[in-house]
Design a protein around this ligand. Structure first.
Ligand code: FUB
Length: 447
């Protein structure tokens, strides 16, 4: 059996699912998400950060392979497993552990996966180059090409197919962000790369991560930018043609308040809504080279400029009321008496909890779908050393109370049920507060 077939079989067997909210992949580290719409679903091609198995990269980015994830509702994500690994690309250094930010694009029914990787010294010399792997489906199996694309020294490839069918590739190379036409075979440059005009230069904090897209005849050149000599914010320029020149327009997302040094993103329209995919180090608070990917909605102004996106934990998509609602991925949290913490700081992959420690402290979680099934009870998984009463409302602080739950005294996680005063229907915002004294930690709630 061919190696690629074996790889595909193993990835199908390994496929698993992850849930919504931010970050939206919770069983591994992920970064640099490029989202694309293929076959009516969103496919996300991220980098796959791992704690380094080799000394040289212990304090740096370390990646040995790529997974691809897909979703139809932006809530339930399927992991299709490993699509490319440093061990199955002939020109890639199998000890490089530096498979950085990738992209994937469809042309004439074929899927072209572009990725930066360190070449074997003996083949093309030191440094990162752009490889391509080709598949008949967005999730593979991908067959890596025997050689990287000539003339693409650098990182973070991004592709665009213009309305006239011409394909372009962009990347961060020596001296700034570069762009070039791709030949019809999608495997070779068509002419020399050009330095993209109208962007900040490397001496002004331009580093990496271009993402280019077209909307209503305008081309958006978006990129992470170390504008203020601190960490990366996301910014953009607009122009009238794929290779520019571009004109700087503004910022899409501020620097991370928690100090994660990188950000890296993509922007995609799906079912009439635009989304920003980006990353943060949610699952690795003390080491920002192990990152996690996120989604938030993005909006344009009538003149085509982009409104700044405020990062959220709630993310996007609707949460089914019958499933565990992770209130800690909240839409709002009271300023006083409420906080979020890991369930187990020694294993962040277990997720988070909401802590309500003052009379009136609350958490709000928007877009819970109750459908039309008329639930009779609510269940909370909570722990409370003091015991405490939770009030559950719909629509916010002034909304209707639908339940009161008495969480028993005792330090252990306990599932407690309460009868609903009335059965909610449709999509509702959930509001949960502590009534009276006490301290209640909530893992999840469901109806
Ligand atoms: O993930 C490794 C590198 O970090 C990416 O290639 C950059 O864009 C930055 O996110």
């Amino acid at each position: 059996m061919k190696k690629t077939t074996l790889l595909f079989l193993s990835m199908t067997l390994l496929a698993g699912a992850s849930l919504a909210q931010n970050p939206f992949i919770r069983d591994q580290f992920t970064a640099d998400p490029t989202a694309r719409v293929f076959e009516g679903k969103v496919y996300v091609y991220p980098s796959h950060d791992i704690p380094s198995p080799i000394e040289r990269l212990k304090e740096w980015f370390c990646m040995a392979d790529y997974h691809v994830f897909s979703s139809e509702n932006l809530t339930d994500w399927t992991d299709h497993g490993v699509i490319v690994s440093q061990d199955n690309v002939p020109w890639v250094n199998p000890e490089g552990y530096s498979l950085w930010a990738p992209d994937c694009i469809e042309r004439n029914g074929k899927y072209y996966f572009y990725f930066p990787a360190p070449a074997k010294d003996t083949l093309v010399g030191r440094g990162m180059m752009t490889g391509v792997a080709i598949a008949d489906k967005p999730y593979g199996p991908f067959v890596p090409q025997p050689e990287p694309i000539k003339g693409t020294f650098g990182i973070d490839p991004c592709t665009l197919i213009d309305k006239d069918g011409q394909a372009y590739i962009y990347w961060a190379g020596f001296g700034g962000l570069l762009g070039a036409k791709l030949q019809d075979n999608m495997l070779e440059l068509d002419g020399n790369p050009v330095a993209v005009e109208g962007l900040p230069g490397p001496d002004q904090g331009m580093k990496e991560g271009p993402f280019v897209f077209e909307r209503n005849g305008k081309y958006y050149f978006t990129f992470p930018w170390v504008k203020n000599n601190t960490t990366e914010l996301l910014a953009y320029a607009m122009g009238d043609s794929p290779l520019g020149p571009f004109e700087m327009k503004g910022e899409i997302m501020d620097e991370s308040p928690s100090g994660c040094w990188t950000n890296h993103h993509s922007i995609v329209e799906y079912k009439g809504q635009w989304y920003l995919f980006y990353h943060h180090n949610d699952l690795s608070p003390t080491f920002d080279k192990n990152r996690s990917i996120r989604i938030d909605s993005l909006f344009f102004n009538p003149d085509g400029t982009i409104q700044k996106v405020t990062p959220t934990l709630r993310g996007v998509g609707v949460t089914d009321a019958k499933r565990e609602i992770q209130l800690d991925r909240y839409s709002r949290l009271s300023d006083a008496g409420a906080s979020i913490d890991y369930l187990d700081s020694a294993n962040t992959f277990k997720g988070w909890k909401t802590i309500l420690g003052d009379n009136g402290a609350y958490v709000q979680y928007n877009k819970v779908d109750f459908g039309s099934s008329l639930p009779k009870t609510v269940k909370v998984n909570a722990a409370s050393a003091t015991g405490g009463k939770l009030v559950v409302k719909l629509g916010g602080a002034k909304g209707k109370t639908i339940a009161e739950i008495n969480v028993p005294k005792g330090g252990q996680w306990t599932e407690t049920d309460a009868t609903l005063k009335e059965a909610p229907t449709g999509v509702q915002d959930l509001w949960v507060s502590l009534k009276g004294k006490g301290n209640v930690e909530i893992d999840w709630m469901k109806f």
